[in-house]
Design a protein around this ligand. Sequence first.
Ligand code: 5GP
Length: 115
Amino acid sequence: MSDSIFTRIIKRELPADIVYEDDDIIAFRDINPQAPTHVLIVPKVEIATVNDIKPEQAELIGNLVLVAQKIALDEGIAEDGFRLVVNCNRHGCQEVFHLHMHLVGGRQLRGISAS
Ligand code: 5GP
């Protein structure tokens, strides 16, 4: 199977504005930001969707939230608040099938809609 777009960013085959990296997780700014801060937090291992997360990956998945917490602080948006989003498959409007968490903030967001 060919590498995902995000694996190509991890391998530095594609450019990205990287704001955080450790052995297991990378975070970079979304190419099409929906708010002043829009960062994608991505496990380096390719997990296609939320449906594919295994129980033994629970710590990794938890660490995505801790990285989001750190980036929100670094970006100065923690106190005002922000949104974390993980889209899954067609009804969730997932476009990139390499698990990622959106960190969105820096402006007043609208209430979450079911539509
Ligand atoms: P999804 O709909 O899968 O949850 O979100 C995928 C996100 O990845 C979109 O917000 C899109 O703008 C972003 N994206 C797609 N391709 C690239 C890319 O090559 N670089 C960066 N930085 N973001 C990308």
